[in-house]
Design a protein around this ligand. Structure first.
Ligand code: 4IP
Length: 116
């Protein structure tokens, strides 16, 4: 009989370091409607889904958003996104910046060396 979570259950559910998931409200590409989507930032990929579990279309939610906007600029498109709070926005921005800086360091093969 299964009585509860095992240690393995807990480990597999724990997000790995540098991974973040959560709702962000994004603007459409050609049609500029705002949609709330479930975003997953993992390794060097930022993906979004209609919803966290069931992947269904959610209704526009931009009226709840406190327009803290972060623009993600790619050659082919700029993504406009917002969160409900500044704290949430800061978390996403810091993690994305950290990944971008790490990727640049990696591509230049720059390593931290302790001089002590
Ligand atoms: C859609 O608007 C949604 O915003 C889409 O986002 C978006 O695709 C579409 O952009 C935009 O037309 P309506 O639902 O009001 O028609 P989602 O896929 O998250 O529903 P993006 O490219 O932003 O994912 P275009 O570029 O397909 O028009």
């Amino acid at each position: 009989m299964k009585t509860g979570c095992t240690e393995n259950d807990l480990v597999s559910q724990a997000p790995s370091l540098g991974t973040k998931e959560g709702y962000l409200t994004k603007q459409g590409g050609r049609v500029k409607s705002w949609k709330t989507r479930w975003f997953i930032l993992h390794r060097n990929e930022l993906k979004y889904f209609k919803d966290k579990m069931v992947r269904i279309k959610t209704s526009p939610d931009y009226t709840e958003a406190v327009f803290v906007v972060q623009n993600l600029v790619f050659p082919e498109r700029t993504y406009y996104m917002c969160t409900k709070t500044g704290v949430e926005a800061d978390e996403w921005i810091k993690l994305i910046r950290w990944k971008l800086v790490s990727a640049v360091y990696k591509s230049l093969n720059i390593k931290m060396v302790s001089l002590l």
